[in-house]
Design a protein around this ligand. Structure first.
Ligand code: ADP
Ligand code: MG
Length: 298
């Protein structure tokens, strides 16, 4: 990618200790399951489409989209990341300046003449591509209302690319509006990042209700792939209590992997690259690799 690195780049970290030791009980309170490295692929596609979804902002959707995508490429998977938030944070996190783009996912879904090759961008990782977005996409939410088949617009757009990738990850905006419904309507599964803090469970019932409605009315194959606990702080009783409640409420849907709170993630945004590149040996990198193995095995 040709975009210059932003100013004030933090110093690249050295190797860190992985504090995810081999305790037999994981942060979920369940025995840790061993998930072997996934089998090598001999070809690519059709992709499993996963929506990263939670109508609450700041829970780790975008961070998880970038880093899960990056970790999946380390296992030889071809990945397309779809920025489906008009804020364009996913694009920024990959070093793209979204406001400078003439062609984004907005043009792709709203204009018949725009082709995928005009919009799709390579990232700094081999095997990971990006459909960027910017503020233009906010207009689509309104314009789509009068479209025929408005909920399936993104599905129609992504359809021709499905065979070229193993995973398509859609970074949703923090709302349950028409854009998010479009993401759910074309997904095989939903990953719900959930911040380990007291009010995080508020709103999850509404999200699950929306997922069920989309499954009944638009997309019978849609399932909840997993709930991902983010910003976990093993030192506080509070996060451990929240975690216990999440596991109590959702059981095995909760991934064994949790993402600890660490300053490495805000750093990666400034650096414009995934944590697996920025700090490959950090605990955060290891966690997203473990998540990738879980996602492949589900
Ligand atoms: P969302 O897409 O749900 O709004 P983001 O992924 O953008 O959430 O994360 C919100 C903010 O929190 C960002 O500044 C990001 O760098 C930071 N962040 C995300 N995950 C973590 C984490 N595990 N530890 C610390 N900060 C995090
Ligand atoms: Mg986001």
């Amino acid at each position: 990618m040709s975009t210059p690195r932003p100013m004030g780049l933090p110093a690249r970290p050295g190797p860190e200790e992985d504090f995810d030791t081999d305790d037999s009980v994981g942060p979920t309170g369940r025995p840790k399951r061993f998930i072997p490295p996934p089998p090598r692929l001999t070809g690519h596609g059709p992709a499993k489409v996963l929506a990263m979804c939670n109508q609450k902002g700041g829970v780790g959707k975008t961070t998880s989209t970038i880093n899960l995508g990056a970790a999946l490429t380390e296992y030889g998977r071809k990945v397309l990341l779809v920025d489906f938030d008009p804020q364009g944070a996913l694009s920024v996190g990959l070093g793209v300046a979204p406001h400078q783009l003439d062609c984004t996912i907005y043009n792709l879904i709203m204009e018949r003449g725009t082709s995928m090759s005009e919009v799709i961008m390579k990232t700094s990782l081999d095997g990971m591509d990006l459909l960027p977005s910017n503020i233009d996409l906010s207009a689509a939410e309104i314009q789509l209302v009068t479209e025929v088949g408005r909920e399936q617009t993104l599905a129609r757009t992504l359809q021709p690319t499905v065979d070229a990738y193993d995973f398509i990850l859609i970074d949703c905006q923090p709302s349950l509006g028409l854009l998010t419904v479009n993401a759910l309507a074309c997904s095989d599964g939903v990953i719900i990042p959930l911040q380990c803090e007291f009010f995080s469970l508020r709103g999850v019932a509404l999200l699950i209700d929306t997922i069920e409605k989309v499954r009944e009315r638009l997309n019978p194959k849609l399932e909840i792939t997993g709930i991902l606990a983010t910003m976990y702080d093993p030192r506080t009783l509070h996060t451990r209590e929240v975690m216990a409640r999440v596991v109590e409420a959702f059981g095995d849907v909760v991934f064994d992997t949790v993402i600890n709170r660490t300053v490495r993630f805000p750093e990666t945004t400034v650096a414009g690259e995934p944590i697996t590149q920025w700090a490959p040996r950090s605990a955060g990198s290891q966690a997203y690799r473990a998540l990738a193995r879980e996602v492949i095995s589900r």
